[in-house]
Design a protein. Sequence first.
Length: 202
Amino acid sequence: METKRSKNKRILEQDLQSYRVETSERNQVHHSYELEDRFTSALSQGNREKVYETLSDLYGIPNVSADADKKVLLQQLDASAGIMSRDEKKQIEYMVVASITLASRVAIRSGVDPFRSYDISNIFLQRTSEVRDPEQYWGLLFEVIDTYLTEIQNAHSSEMRSIHVLHAKQYVGRNLNRELTLERIAEELGLSPWYLSRVFKE
């Protein structure tokens, strides 16, 4: 007698085979992991231009940008992310949901507070359920990308401030027996006294 686990595995294998036949007949190949990695790398660096460039490649659409005509984007959309639904609205909804999830994880790895990143993700996921027109998904996707780019850029700048504060404290700790001034510490760290003073005030 077939167990539930082996039955589920058999059904999954049948579904995989059917899916592969369907995508092969449509001449659709899932984008590569390397392409997804380029997208996450650009996002983690806060590089807006590269993010949109790889987004174009991910979704098989030339010149993706927040200014693009949403109707044209929908017409050009291919299923390079895979066929997640045969329904056009659901297909793009799932693509946006996957992008939100991916962006939130990249943001956390890039220094954004996990609770903040998850909360932002949840807000955008809630908004996907409110979208009625497939074109609106593009606006939502661009808002997600821009929000996470800003969050990551902010994390990078505060991270640098934290590193400078840490190095300054370490320098002071190693040199307690010396006369220390703001100018001397800043010079040792290669920073301006004004900047170092500002960082400590924050």
